[in-house]
Design a protein around this ligand. Structure first.
Ligand code: ATP
Ligand code: MG
Length: 673
């Protein structure tokens, strides 16, 4: 494999070699899934290092932190001085933006850089909604999440928010003035408090690139800019890339338009070719052989991929003709049992768990499976789709760190204050403003302004947090915050015991950091763990099954892939059904899921699903296999019927529902007819 190879060029085919050996003219690699784009990018980095390029002169932008780390370590393994490769600037756009912004905080007029994660954004908007009384009972504004979404779409596409509302949220049009007012307050407040949300990170980076002095220095800093998954960049990211390499010198971008899945964040298809045509001397490389999957898997992927155009993926590997399965299950529990059975079977046959992945449209789709895996003691690790509730307590501790590091972080003060039993939302707002304005020095004012019942508790929290000063070490600071937060968790959460264990786990990780600020910001930008099980996070040498949203599985591959919940309403998601563009994006997402598989691919379609993903009281409705599994697509799959275990070719047959189940569920059918 590549990792064990001392030569960056070994095993590459002619088209790949051409791309790796390319000089410094603009290079665009537009090619399908599994054709080796990422591998070429990694080899190119290794090749540059071998050719004597200083690692500091290379900037490598990827979609996740994991991806950057793995590419850099692979490149390192390919060159003489593995240590040197670690000095490459690499990471997600947001993570690199954060580093650049921290270096240039003064240029941006920021005393400090505190990053708001998407949940903080909601908290801050809620705070402002009440503060400016935009919540009048006579009119119902859209949810805060929708308003945040409107603002973010405007920023990422450059379309005025009013037009975004008009075109994409017409039902909210009568509230447009209030929405815009709220978004304006939000911008102002962020600026006053030195808070940046994820969009602001890109805006600030672009502003730095556009500044004559700073921009010139940033351009001089990197000779080589390489970007993976370029199909999913938005217009801000395009501007940043173009700003860093205005003539395309040293620029390499790779991507696949058929895998564009971030339209909702303002990415729009066509960036790859736009970039290619922006520079007259662009070299456009197309890779045609798929080195990842077997032909039967690619046949299905080709069938599912939207659009007539584009090359069909062609497998380079020989295979035993094993076709993908369409597993029709009775319901979500049956799906969970069947997936667990199949994972165990493969494991018994010698396939490690880490070579197996369960992919889904939305994080909540694995609720039943997670229970099943726990019951059977099959270790798993979940990526993507963080639920607010799962991580609420984790974020409480981070809020503690954040107010200590940046006392003007109003959102985090608000969060901590509302964790006090006797402090209501309205008083929390007022107190958060006092503390954000004056910091811990105004602790006594805040305590005096608090409701009488809350004073003792608040005084104790604030005096604990106030003990931190310039001489406090990171472990001391972490311990101080942990100790201050723990009583709040006990009072706030009925299941505080489990949560305290989690919090101890992150506290331990945080205490090992030399730079706590960066650690805290990174949690907002790209949280490492998503199941909330920080303390129980598997060690690298252990074996576990990957559970992931398809979004978070981008660029990855596994020997065995299980795509669950391939039903209409789940995939495509109900929410996407209203627009043709949304539907095509869902189709590309499904395509991305299928193309993660190397050797076996199982697609699951439960015939009945609960109306609520996790509630035991949920009603059950009939579900149909995804519309993307057309008759042509199904003809390429083996249909497995979990009721009989029988394997047939082609069209699946309806599964007979056992009588007992029918009694329980049929009464609801009419409600959904
Ligand atoms: P995606 O679009 O899904 O990100 P990709 O184009 O980036 O896919 P890679 O992940 O780079 O594809 O490669 C897919 C698999 O094929 C990897 O396991 C990689 O090591 C392997 N591969 C790439 N090129 C070759 C080659 N020339 N010979 C053998 N295997 C290869
Ligand atoms: Mg890739």
């Amino acid at each position: 494999t590549l990792t064990n190879d001392s030569d960056a060029l070994a095993g590459l085919d002619a088209a790949q070699l051409q791309a790796v050996e390319h000089g410094d003219g603009p290079l665009v690699i537009a090619a399908g899934a599994g054709t080796g784009k990422t591998r070429v990018l990694t080899s190119r980095v290794a090749r540059l290092l071998q050719a004597g390029v200083a690692p500091e002169r290379i900037l490598l932008l990827t979609f996740t932190r994991r991806a950057a780390a793995s590419m850099i370590s692979r490149a390192a393994a390919l060159c003489d001085d593995p240590q040197a490769a670690q000095r490459i600037a690499g990471g997600t756009f947001h993570a690199v933006a954060h580093r650049i912004i921290a270096e240039h905080a003064q240029h941006l007029g920021l005393a400090d850089v505190t990053v708001l994660d998407p949940d903080d954004v909601i908290d801050l908007l809620d705070l402002l909604r009440s503060e400016f009384q935009l919540d009048g009972t006579d009119k119902r504004l859209p949810t805060t999440r929708t308003i945040a979404d409107i603002g973010s779409r405007a920023i990422n596409t450059g379309i005025p928010a009013r037009k975004v509302i008009d075109e994409q949220f017409p039902w909210a049009l009568e509230h447009a003035d209030d929405i815009l007012a709220l978004l304006r307050h939000y911008s102002t407040r962020k600026r006053e408090r030195g808070l940046l949300d994820l969009d602001d990170l890109l805006i600030a980076w672009r502003a730095l690139v556009r500044d004559p002095d700073v921009g010139a220095r940033l351009r001089a800093r990197w000779d080589w800019v390489l970007v993976d998954e370029y199909q999913d960049v938005n217009s801000l990211q395009v501007d940043i890339v173009r700003g860093l390499a205005p003539d395309g010198r040293g620029l390499t971008v790779v991507g696949d338009d058929a895998q564009a899945i971030y339209g909702f964040r303002g990415a729009s298809a066509g960036h790859l070719l736009d970039l290619a045509s922006a520079f007259p001397d662009t070299t456009l490389v197309r890779l045609e052989r798929n080195f990842r999957s077997t032909q039967p898997i690619l046949d299905l992927a080709n069938e599912v991929r939207p659009g007539e155009l584009g090359l069909r993926l062609r497998a380079d590997r020989p295979d035993a003709g094993i076709r993908p399965s369409l597993v029709v299950c009775r319901n979500a529990d049956d799906e969970a049992r069947t997936v667990a059975d199949r994972i165990l079977e493969a494991h018994v046959d010698g396939l490690p768990l880490r070579e197996q992945a369960v992919l889904m449209r939305t994080g909540s789709h694995s609720a039943q499976l997670e229970v099943e895996l726990k019951v059977r003691n099959i270790p798993f690790h979940k990526f993507g789709g963080i639920g607010y509730l799962e991580t609420a307590h984790v974020r409480d501790l981070l809020a503690g760190f954040r107010v200590v590091l940046n006392p003007s972080d109003e959102v985090s003060w608000y969060r901590l204050l509302t964790r006090h039993r006797a402090i209501g939302k309205a008083s929390a707002r007022g107190l958060a403003a006092i503390l954000a304005d004056g910091g811990i020095e105004r602790a006594s004012d805040a305590v005096a302004a608090a409701p009488a019942k809350a004073r003792t508790g608040l005084a104790s929290t604030l005096s604990q947090l106030g003990a931190v000063d310039a001489t406090t070490t990171v472990p001391e600071l972490v311990e101080t915050c942990r100790a201050a937060i723990e009583p709040l968790l006990r009072a706030h959460y009925p299941d505080w015991q489990r949560r305290v264990t989690d919090v101890d786990g992150i506290a331990e990780a945080a205490a090992r950091q030399s730079d706590l600020r960066t650690f805290v910001s990174e949690q907002a930008i790209d949280p490492v763990d998503v199941s909330g099980d920080w303390a129980k996070k598997p060690h690298l040498d252990e074996d576990w099954v990957t559970l992931s949203t398809i979004h978070s599985a981008k660029g990855l591959e596994f020997s065995a892939v299980h795509v669950i919940r391939a039903t209409d309403g789940a995939m495509p998601s109900d929410m996407a059904l209203s627009s043709p563009a949304g539907l095509i994006e869902e189709q590309r997402l499904f395509y991305v899921g299928l193309t993660r598989a190397r050797d076996t691919l199982d697609v699951y379609a439960p015939a009945r699903l609960p109306t609520h993903p996790t509630s035991f009281l949920a009603k059950h409705v009939i579900a149909k296999p995804s519309r993307f599994l057309t008759a042509e697509a199904r003809a390429l799959m083996d249909a497995v019927d979990t009721a009989t275990g029988e394997v047939r070719d082609g069209e699946p047959v309806a599964v007979p529902v056992p009588a007992a189940a029918r009694v329980r569920m049929d009464e609801f059918d009419d409600l959904f007819a």
